[in-house]
Unconditional design. Structure first.
Lengths: 202, 202
């Protein structure tokens, strides 16, 4: 599809940066990712929508050697080396107590905190879904910063939760290595499903 | 932050289109959203990553009047009128039987289908998380097409599942109205959490 006939208005360059050329990497240039970069990513992707603006994603940047060791201990074997070596690793988690922040997030609905999200079970379901949306936005944001993301779900989730969220109020959804891409992508580009296999019309 | 000092490499125009200026809308111009636009969105966002490339998102485009009525019956009261009037409404669902497609999605791991995802319980958890990531990507893709999205989670999920996925193999994650934005956004821009409230460093 040539650019002139595409229904997309996003520039081809941006399409490539965020989706088409972007790839999952496990190896990175040995150069730190400063907090200012992570903040710029956050300040961009924070605007993407969540239900009732609940914004349940929480991010732990694992910077010190000691913290990295604590995390690596819970990663699956095939994720240990790359997590040890990445310039920066982020634990992306859902906050099950997100409702405490709702009075400032939805000031026009002061009843939301208690009426909609008074139940921990309901909060867990809602936070898990909405924080997962935000994990998607965050991965796009990492790419918007010209960095490569290496998202992983191969770990002992209970172990990470106990180690990093001992209060029981959060759960890990993904662990993401990030940095400037180096070498080859983690995998060759894998096939995707055809449009007709994914989208139906009724 | 001026463009020249921003750590982001994505153009300011694209940042605005996808995140900063983009808003949730409930009212749209009375102009259809053709399948070709939805396909262009899919062909872009299909490249964004999921665990093991499992790609569990499935999309049902609700086009006919009869189908729209079947859906609106299960929407919460405050979502009925806007869902009835939107140019196009999409049901975004997670496929719990996504493992059937794995042989073509991860051809280098022929054992993945049975060894990793032989358990329905494990598939439900994995599909719910990964399809939620893809809902996030899809919302960004709608905006990349210059359209506005109106994502909703206010509905009777069991009712939608029984009505549209009677085989029990899928579950609705979000219902999204889409079209060319008209009038004002659904809400004034709501506050977001501060960086320091969301991101910590250890």
């Amino acid at each position: 599809m040539s650019p002139s006939t595409s229904p997309l208005v996003l520039s081809a360059e941006a399409q490539d940066l965020l989706f088409r050329s972007a790839r999952t990497f496990s190896t990175f240039v040995d150069e730190p990712v400063p907090d200012s970069t992570v903040q710029a990513i956050y300040e961009l992707v924070k605007y993407a929508p969540t239900s009732f603006n609940q914004s349940p994603l929480r991010v732990v940047l694992v910077r010190t050697r000691a913290s990295r060791r604590r995390l690596v201990a819970h990663m699956m074997e095939n994720n240990k080396a790359k997590t040890s070596a990445a310039p920066l690793t982020a634990i992306l988690a859902a906050d099950f107590e997100f409702h405490e922040e709702l009075p400032r997030l939805v000031p026009h609905m002061p009843e939301a905190k208690e009426v909609l999200f008074g139940s921990r079970t309901d909060r867990e379901a809602s936070a898990s879904f909405n924080a997962a949306l935000q994990v998607g936005y965050f991965i796009i944001g990492i790419r918007a910063a010209g960095l490569a993301a290496g998202p992983m779900t191969g770990y002992d989730a209970d172990g990470i939760d106990k180690e990093f969220f001992p209060d029981g109020d959060r759960t890990v959804l993904a662990v993401v290595n990030l940095g400037i891409a180096s070498g080859d992508p983690a995998f060759p580009r894998l096939p995707r499903l055809e449009y007709a296999d994914v989208v139906s019309t009724i």
